[in-house]
Design a protein around this ligand. Structure first.
Ligand SMILES: [Zn+2]
Ligand SMILES: [Zn+2]
Length: 128
């Protein structure tokens, strides 16, 4: 699949990447329909976010259609149209219970940051 990959400060490239696969039973694979470019992506491209390492697929928002779900996923099924948030939250940890989703102990802003993001034909989303 094609994806926009961070190659280091000031460098990005549209390249062929392997298709994402389900790694955890709570994962969902989404076929992307639309993605976004936000100011954070521009900071990443400038090299302002060192946690984003070369090779990372950019993008942390978008719309898509569910392609595949892990066996523990109950809230989504193949064919669902979904809005993908920059913030991943489990809904169960202490911070999520306080509605501090960006501080989820097993989530927060990880898409296009610590895991591959949405500026691609397909993306793996931890969906719980
Ligand atoms: Zn953003
Ligand atoms: Zn949480």
């Amino acid at each position: 699949m094609k994806a926009l990959v961070f190659k280091g400060p000031g460098q990005k490239e549209l390249v062929d990447c392997p298709m994402p696969v389900i790694k955890e039973s709570t994962d969902v694979i989404v076929k992307m329909v639309k993605s976004t470019i936000c100011g954070t992506d521009l900071h990443i491209l400038k090299g302002d976010v060192p946690a984003v390492t070369p090779g990372r697929i950019l993008g942390h928002e978008g719309m898509g259609i569910v392609e595949e779900v892990g066996e523990a996923v109950k809230n989504f099924k193949k064919g669902d149209k979904v809005l993908i948030s920059c913030i991943t939250s489990c809904g169960k940890c202490e911070n999520c219970k306080k509605q501090l989703y960006a501080h989820c102990s097993d989530g927060g802003w990880i898409l296009g940051h610590l895991i591959d993001g949405t500026q691609a034909e397909y993306v793996r989303i931890p969906a719980w």
